[in-house]
Design a protein. Structure first.
Length: 145
C-alpha cells in the first residue's frame, strides 16, 4: 500500500505528496479546460505514467537478461475526447531503443511493455497505440503486435 496526499491550492492547481519518498508533483488544468497549463494536467500524468511504467517493466526484463536499456526513451501523444464526457481517448506511445540490444531482445521487451500495470489499468475504451523504434529501423516505427 502506498499513500499519496494532495491539496487543492486554488486556480485549478493541485500539489500531491508521495508518502514513502516525500517527493511532490504539481498539476494544473490545461489551457483548453480553463487552466493555465503551468504544469502537468492530471491526464498528462496518466500519459506519462503509461510511458514510464512500460519502460520500467521493459527495464526489469532487460536487467534479467543483461540487455543494455540505458538511454531508451519514450514519447506519448495524448488525444482527448470531449463527448460524451471529457476523457483520454487515445495514447500513442513510441519507444526509441538504444544501440546494443540483440535482435532476441525485441519481442520480449515489446511483450513486457504491454504487461505494465498502468496500461492494464486503463479503461478498455482508451485506445493505446504502442510503437517501437529499434536502432536498425531508422525509418518509420514498427507498430506493436
Amino acid at each position: 500500500m502506498v499513500e499519496i496526499e494532495g491539496v487543492y491550492e486554488g486556480g485549478l492547481h493541485t500539489r500531491a505528496r508521495h508518502g514513502p519518498s516525500g517527493s511532490e508533483i504539481e498539476t494544473d488544468a490545461p489551457v483548453d479546460n480553463h487552466g493555465r497549463g503551468e504544469a502537468f494536467s492530471p491526464t498528462d500524468l496518466v500519459a506519462a505514467a503509461v510511458g514510464s511504467c512500460m519502460l520500467t517493466v521493459m527495464g526489469i526484463v532487460a536487467a534479467r537478461h543483461h540487455w543494455p536499456l540505458v538511454g531508451a526513451r519514450f514519447r506519448v501523444e495524448k488525444h482527448m475526447a470531449a463527448a460524451p464526457v471529457r476523457r483520454i481517448a487515445r495514447l500513442v506511445v513510441e519507444f526509441t531503443l538504444p544501440e546494443g540490444l540483440p535482435e532476441a531482445a525485441h519481442k520480449p521487451l515489446e511483450r513486457a511493455a504491454h504487461t505494465c500495470p498502468v496500461h492494464q489499468s486503463l479503461h478498455p475504451d482508451v485506445e493505446v497505440d504502442v510503437r517501437f523504434r529499434w536502432p536498425e529501423s531508422a525509418g518509420a516505427p514498427a507498430p506493436a503486435q
